[in-house]
Ligand binder design. Sequence first.
Ligand code: URA
Length: 251
Amino acid sequence: MTPQEIRNRLEFFRDLGIRELWVDRAAAPASAPPPPVAEHTPMPKPPANPIPLIPLAPEGDTLAAIQADIGDCRRCKLCEQRNRIVFGSGNPEARLVFVGEGPGADEDAQGLPFVGRAGQLLTQMIDNTMSKEGMTERRADMYICNVVKCRPPENRTPEPEEMEICGQFLYRQLMAIRPKAICCLGATAAKALLNTGVGVMKMRGNWYKWRDIPVIVTYHPSYLLRPYNQNAKREAWEDLKKVFHFVYGGK
Ligand code: URA
């Protein structure tokens, strides 16, 4: 990588509001393939030939600072059709963070994550499981956010470029909160944090790590709303029980 390419990469992260970077040179491939060419030119544009740069949260980073850096974001084409940026909601000192995919229509209208049908199911699952397990915390004690903060048109899956740009803010949110565990809701969240294309069915029930934080993967609540996925619902309940006992069980 030439000094100019390094400079471009650093400028890319600086434009995203990231002021401190850690370069994992050992993980850098000898010749990384160029990223796919996008039709839409995002702002800022990721430089060609990236090497893995792992951004750390700026010293003393806070959710408020991250939200301010997002501002009225125009960094990717998701800005064109969104009504509201959905940053995240819940306890900024949460011990457990849920990460979904991206806002749907209700979230886009209200500016809050998981408030539509899938969100109501998620709330029910969290609150009922906690209550059944004899634990006092509820959804409001946790933090919930998404990989992308703007609604993808027709609720399509976010594209890699959108995930890369918005993912930097997700990483900062997670670093600022530093929860005891993270629960990925669905494949997009798992891909963003664990960089895997393995399906949820295979990943669920096991522990992984994002940086040094334990991660569990379970089904997205939208998937559980489909009537033929009732078995998955039972499995999701098991996953929640597991993560709740890990996070809140031994306090
Ligand atoms: N689905 C998501 O992934 N996130 C939301 O906020 C709502 C629905």
